[in-house]
Structures are given as C-alpha cells and as structure tokens.
Design a protein around this ligand. Sequence first.
Ligand code: UD1
Ligand code: M6R
Length: 331
Amino acid sequence: HKGKYEHYMQKEIHEQPESLTTTMRGRLIRGGSCKAKTVLLGGLKDHLKTIRRSRRIIFIGCGTSYNAALAARPILEELSGIPVTMEIASDLLDRQGPIYREDTAVFVSQSGETADTLNALEYALENGALCVGITNTVGSAIARKTHCGVHINAGAEIGVASTKAYTSQIVVMAMLALAIGGDAVSSQARREAIIESLFELPRALKVKEVALMHSEGILAGEMKHGPLALVDENLPIFVIATHDACFSKQQSVIQQLHARKGRLIVMCSKGDAASVTVGGSCRVIEVPQVEDCLQPVINIVPLQLLAYHLTVLRGFNVDQPRNLAKSVTTE
Ligand code: UD1
Ligand code: M6R
C-alpha cells in the first residue's frame, strides 16, 4: 500500500532507512569493548571456506542488479583478495563465456525470476561453479536453484525502477565482502570501520529532496576520451565528487567543466562545497560522508529523487515506465 505517498517509487525511496535496517538485522554483530565486530550471514556460513578458495568471483545480473554489483566490486576485491569480474547475464550466455569449477558465481536479482539471470545460473551450474544467490524474493527460482545465498530482506518492491532493492543489494554485498575477508589482522581496522559505517547508514540516509534533470553516467577518467566535446553552457552535468581516493581527479574534472561553462550540479561531501565551486558557479548538493565502499548507497538517493521528480514533472508513469515490466521473465 502507498500510504501517504503518491507513488510506490516515492514510498520506496523514502523507506530506505527502514529497509536497510531490515537487511542488516541479526547480521551485524557489534560486540562488547573487547569483542571484535563481525558479520554473520546464515545462508553462507557453511560455504565461506569454498568461496575463499575460489580462483575468481563472478557477479552476474541484469540492469540495476548488475549496477549494484558494479558498485560493490571494489570492496569485495579489497577484502577478499580474489579477482572479481562482472557479467551481464545475457552477454555471458551469448558468448558462452568460460566458467570453471574453481569459480564462485554470484547471481544478483531482486525478483529472483529474471530469465536471463536464471539461464546464466543453469549454465554456471552445468559448468560446476559454486552458485550463490543475492535475492529479495524468498522461494524464487534463483533463490531455490543456487547452492546457497543471502536474502536481502528489503521487503516487496513494487515500483518498476529499482530503488530500495539496489541499496540493500549493495549493503549485502559489502557484508559478503566482510564475511569472505574473515578475520585477517591486516584489514581488521578497515572491517571495523565499515561495520561501524553500516550501523550508521540508516541514520545517514535521511537525505531528502533535490533538483531535477536527466543524466548519463560517465567515469571521471573517461571525460577527456570523448564526452568533454559535448560540454557547453546548455548541457546540465551532475558531478559526483564525494570524498574518496579519486577526489582530486574529480576536482580537476570539475575545473575542466567550469572552463567549458558546463551547467554543473555537484554532489560533494559535507563541508566540501567551497572547494568544488572554485573556478565557476554551480549548484551543490552536500551529502553525509560514510566509509568509501558504502558511499554509493548515500549518493544514489539524490539521483533516485532526481529521476522521480523529473518523471513526475514530465507527466510520465513513474511506477510503471512504458515498455518495461517489473520482472523480465522472457529472454
Ligand atoms: C534465516 C531465515 C530467517 C530467520 C533467520 C534466523 C528464511 C528465508 N530465512 O535467515 O527467517 O530469521 O534464518 O537465523 O527462512 N539462499 C539461497 N539462495 C538465495 C538466497 C538464500 O540458496 O538466493 C539460501 C541460504 O543459503 C539459506 C536460506 O536460503 O540456506 C535462507 O537464506 P537467508 O534468509 O539469507 O538466511 P538467514 O539470514 O540465515
Ligand atoms: O529482478 P532483477 O533484479 O533480476 O531484475 C533485473 C532488471 O530487470 C532490473 O534490475 C531493472 O533494470 C530495474 N527494475 C530497472 O530499474
């Protein structure tokens, strides 16, 4: 039920502090002063040894679920030390890409019923890989056919555009990284900082209303390899420049965009507004800073609201975009 909201998408965006709390419930253990903070994923505990021994972890999914995996990839590589590759399910099948017994294949799907992802799962099972599911729907085909997995427990998502499932998927994959990383001493401080940041996340998510515009995602490093040619005083550009290892790179991109008179909206960490407005005027959205691997969970919220308001203003159906179905059960 939509309750006080006009649309499911709006409801689901605003629900994220609660859905993330449910995703993490019973799975994060803070411990006493001398007890280390840990993660417990019941569905994986008997399989962690096998996962740690695998030669490669392959994330497989479609659409938003694929993108959630893309956001989680760096932390999984960092904490597990295992190479992580990405596959769009249909592309893996079209190529008949190699999969081996020594691989762990992680299937990310909100519905658990997406045909392409399901077909890729059958393919990975035939090739002997350990198959892990990250699904929102208990009893779904992907949840049943994977060897093991984690339910994201975000609650039913009705809006076709994935919002709360996306953030819960990222959080589960961060917890997966922590679980695989185990108790290596070298990364203990990092793991504890992430767990602390996970506890804080629902509170940090109380970010609200923002602006309105359409965008195409481009990595900072790619700007000068083409997209810079499009920039003029008419092109609205949304720059994500929250504090992380790439911040100085983003600052120089902002300078270049200012120099070409781009119409910038810059998303930055609280307190960084002055440094991102050097060299030209722009709108700024400050967001709370969290542990870098969880920053995508925060940064997506203004973008979700942007998509929502833009769609509503243009008079389109936001819960059911034309030509799309919530769950794509045909190839
Ligand atoms: C489970 C219970 C939860 C209970 C908790 C108490 C279910 C669905 N979950 O949660 O109600 O509160 O124990 O300890 O009964 N799985 C897959 N593929 C997937 C997703 C999950 O194979 O894509 C498997 C898991 O390996 C596991 C089972 O399904 O065997 C349940 O997974 P999950 O709900 O994530 O486990 P818990 O969090 O332990
Ligand atoms: O149910 P799934 O996560 O497997 O669905 C995959 C995609 O169809 C889905 O993420 C789609 O991209 C979104 N609903 C669009 O926001």
